[in-house]
Design a protein around this ligand. Sequence first.
Ligand code: PEP
Ligand code: MG
Length: 880
Amino acid sequence: MENKKYVYLFNEGNASMKNLLGGKGANLAEMTNLGIPVPAGFTISTEACIKYYEDGKVISSYIIDQIYASLKGIEEITGKKFGSVENPLLVSVRSGARVSMPGMMDTILNLGLNDDTVKGLAKLTGNERFAYDSYRRFIQMFSDVVKGIEKRKFEDILEDTKNAKGVEFDKDLDSSDLINIIKKFKELYRDEIGKDFPQEPEQQLIQSVTAVFDSWENPRAVVYRRLNDISGKWGTAVNVQSMVFGNMGETSGTGVAFTRNPATGEKSIFGEYLINAQGEDVVAGIRTPEPITKLKEDLPECYSEFMDIAQKLENHYKDMQDMEFTIEQGTLYFLQTRNGKRTAQSALKIAVDMVEEGLITKEEAILKVEPRQLDTLLHPNFHSEELKKATVIAKGLPASPGAACGKIYFTAEDAKRHHDEGEKVILVRLETSPEDIEGMAASEGILTIRGGMTSHAAVVARGMGICCVAGCGGLIIDESTKSLRSLNKVYKEGDYISLDGSTGNVYGESIKTVSPEISGYFEIFMEWADNIRYLKVRTNADTPRDAKQAIEFGAEGIGLCRTEHMFFDEDRISEVREMIVSKTEEQRRKALSKLLPRQKGDFIGIYEAMEDKPVTIRFLDPPLHEFLPTETEDIKNLAQDMGISFQELKDTIDSLHEFNPMMGHRGCRLTVSYPEIAEMQTRAIIEAAIDVKKRKGYNIVPEIMIPLVGEIKELKYVKDIVVKVADEIIQKENVDLKYKVGTMIEIPRAAITADEIAKEAEFFSFGTNDLTQMTFGFSRDDAGKFLNDYYEKKVYEFDPFEKLDQIGVGKLVEMSVELGKKTRPDIHLGICGEHGGDPSSVEFFHNVGLDYVSCSPFRVPVARLAAAQAQVKHPRSSLK
Ligand code: PEP
Ligand code: MG
């Protein structure tokens, strides 16, 4: 008999126990202790869920005993009894992970009803219709959520009954109709499951708890976790709470509300409710709810109590709250509160306002905005001229801001597939459900016909930062022909539409989008972040245009200029190709002489854009497969340019074929073979710097970065060339120009011998793309093909190319930092792999003592905020 505690009554927990009780459970406990009216209940801990999986998907008997004991606790508080006919206790069962995962599992309401207790409920409430309606809802929910019987089958029975009776709405069914429906529901259950619908409330409860635990590993939860950085190891808690009823007449109701506007951040209550309804009716978007302010007219006392508590909760949690409430015959209950999900605009406004209101500090404000969300602010808006000419075909709710244009698809699978094929897609659904999550994530925008501002589509899209127009009843979907009908036109699958998630407008055509302008709250907030953060943020930029864009986003320098990318353009690639396929030094020097002025011109543009900011330029690192021509036409043209025959060039290209080009003749290996490449690049870098310095007076200190070094002698060989050429030019020009030579640490051997490497390198920049590739031993180009199997089989939870593998690759980074500093205490340290824009990786780089991160221009604000958050969580005051 284990005596560990797995089940907690609400009055036994508090808000700090989120990891154990899940977010919902911890907040229900906190509200209970604050004296807020919360229906009695208990939470089965996340540890119980973890144990369930450890024990091979079995809930151990001592956990079951604790559940029963807590049930007794609720019975004592409520005076009701589980399974009693006279005064039945009914409960809801809901999942609640550490971090909220909307729609991971549906709620089960009215649990405890059976053929006997339903009669008790009818007698007790004096409302037979209500009791039988509750029972039929319970059978339907239990069958769907716990047993996976399709909802549709139950709805068909409901529909048939209404049709037979000639009525339109559920409310027109009386108790004898409902008794009939229940009979049919139970028959359906028996046909599907092969057993009778469970009558013992304890059995109903344990089966429901098991279903919640199982839901933690359902595919949509796994996908949601991967998209939101949530660990699969955390498990979910289960909340069991005594029922209160919002569907007991005109003085009852249920709703959801936010203390501030989740779309704009405006400081006024925002929410919706339905009179005489249960929670599922609001969320499902089946009936159109009333705005919360109307409650003031319907039930003024409840409204003012609600407003007082809402304010109390916001002050207590020092954050915007998202609350669920139910009013049962004039008595108000809170069923949930949590920090509300919000758009990036809203998050920034709320954070800034709350500091100005004196509710929180700047440091606390910094932690309130999810770095990835900033991305959404940087997303395009519609081109204003094109927008003027566009026709609005319908208007829905502005559920998640932004502008989106794409081809319409009507299922999540279709949207995802076409997205994977490179199309921009818009997912059009009657209403979304959690199964749609991958399709939603793949879409530019989401359009739903039903549902309010708190519907699944709205909440999830806002969280993802995807533009969404919800509840657009002016359009009709015809699923059989996969088409969307407006007043005067039919749009077929693959046709373009555009969505404005800030106004709710839907346009029946493609509208060009443009980059947004950043101002207002963003500026104020980011300035706070910049004042707090320790890490510098640079950008990966290869052109003056990207560099300028990155500066607008707050970049403090260039951490990686991939010089080979300067030749990706159609009209330039032939010059690099010529250099690559040269067979003699003479040929190569000739090709290089064509590259020199191009490179010099590009560097001048970049230095001018960056002014005095640091610029790291990396020597050519062209993986051969990305650069060699494969098309006959391209080979013909190049052969002509080079004055050689087609066959000769074709043979050379064939001879250059590599089995694994990612581990091939690239990076510094090219320069070891052909030192003239380093000569040319050094010349371009130094001459451009001298030119700009002389003309503009900027203090330019070029940082020359040698890629793919694994051995100190490789670095020394290339560095000697750089120093010789650079010093000669500087001497000849008679200018005072400093420059630095450093290396990327992207090969495990370089990391392991970083103390050696640091003898020659003035700086390290971690190339975590290659470092990940080579540490794992799988190709960055091919891993995508099998990583899905790894996620499905839970071998990996995340893509290590997106989020740094801190345990393995991170260990190499940490080791290099220590070794590098041992040799050269003032060595400058940065990272320029894709992980430089990933928030959790940025925190890691902060913690291991790097000086800067470098990422693509659009991720610069994300990195700035992530760096500030890292500093708030783990302050660094000086070099580690
Ligand atoms: C890296 O390997 O992390 C890197 C930045 O270089 P590239 O992606 O160009 O190989
Ligand atoms: Mg690399």
